[in-house]
Design a protein around this ligand. Structure first.
Ligand code: AKB
Length: 339
């Protein structure tokens, strides 16, 4: 008998860490973890099986299908916005072709199991693209259908993969002999910048938030690459995991959207620096804006409207900025670097 598993791609990444440690302790979940890098040792006890490999390797994905009954896919693997700008075509391959491979795997599994497979997809504020700072400041809380003109390869990839998710969920093989009887249950979340106390992100443009904090805790000076007044929505890892798990558990009939905005608090780089300095008074933080990365941040919304998530699946974050710093980030980060 094949074992029922939850497949997590990008298990070693920032969200992967949080999700594996959260789901891995549940008795009703067996995690099949996939990552291109070797799995961090600390994640091993949380995963039923780890497979090291590439989401572009169709043979490898075929082997997983032969061995496991995949009920849910959390497709976390991707190349983030800054890194993607250095090699846009490679990013497109991983972010789009990789997602397509996973969607294909999901539909095959759904057809074979005779029931939809849940496909949980973390999208991003990068799917938005506001033309200039003035428009960003006027736009306020951006809704899901507004300003969908991303300026980065990563943002284009995320937005397009949301469309692919909708296609596989609603229109797959619509002209085939019988159409596809069973489709997938695609659920997407547009996340703000994320901050974890336990891992640092790699290759993102909202990374100045987490980087400021992790540098301060290690007594390393930090030059922030955006202006002090730059504003973005952010969320800490416990709320990120809460959103991923709550959306997964929500009854399908309650979901009017395929993709939902979620956010916790909006904050400027200057305010982050102030909160970091309150926690770590020795912190040396300067501002040396890189105008090219700044432009990307200026094109992302300063705030998100997450009313649809609140209405449809009762979304509500547990952490505002103050609580995020005082109850989660500062104590955990301090402990981490004191070890
Ligand atoms: C990035 O900066 O690329 C990511 C994101 C906002 O999705 N953190």
């Amino acid at each position: 008998m094949r074992k029922e598993v939850v497949l997590i791609t990008g298990a070693n990444g920032e969200i992967g860490h949080g999700l594996c440690t959260h789901l891995g302790i549940r008795e009703d979940v067996l995690i099949l973890a996939l990552d291109i890098e070797e799995l961090d040792e600390e994640l091993i006890p949380y995963c039923h099986r780890f497979v090291q490999g590439d989401i572009l390797d169709k043979m490898l994905l075929g082997r997983l299908v032969a061995e496991f009954e995949i009920r849910t896919i959390y497709h976390l693997a991707s190349i983030l916005s800054t890194r993607a700008e250095y090699n846009p075509e490679a990013a497109h391959r991983v972010n789009v072709e990789g997602t397509l491979n996973l969607l294909r795997l999901a539909i095959e599994q759904a057809e074979w199991q005779g029931r939809p497979v849940k496909f949980i997809y973390p999208s991003s504020i990068a799917a938005y693209g506001l033309p200039d700072l003035e428009t960003k400041n006027r736009a306020g809380k951006v809704k899901e259908h507004e300003w969908l003109t991303p300026k980065t390869m990563y943002g284009c990839n995320k937005l397009y993969c949301e469309h692919l998710g909708r296609y596989y969920a609603r229109h797959y093989r619509q002209l085939g002999a019988e159409g596809a009887a069973i489709k997938i249950d695609f659920r997407g979340l547009r996340f703000p910048g994320l901050i974890s106390a336990f891992t640092t992100p790699a290759g993102g443009t909202s990374d100045y938030g987490p980087e400021m904090l992790h540098h301060a805790a290690q007594n390393i000076p930090y030059a922030c690459f955006v202006r002090p007044d730059s504003i973005l929505p952010f969320m800490v890892m416990p709320d990120t995991i809460k959103a991923l798990v709550d959306l997964w558990a929500a009854p399908q009939e309650n979901l009017d959207n395929l993709v939902y905005n979620v956010t916790s608090f909006s904050i400027t780089a200057q305010q982050i620096a102030q909160m970091v300095k309150e926690a770590f008074p020795e912190a040396e933080i300067s501002f040396e804006p890189d105008m090219r990365r700044q432009k990307i941040v200026d094109s992302w919304p300063g705030d998100l409207n997450d009313d649809a998530a609140k209405e449809d699946w009762d979304w509500s974050p547990d952490y505002d900025a103050m609580r995020a710093f005082e109850a989660y980030l500062v104590p955990n980060i301090s402990e981490r670097y004191q070890k």
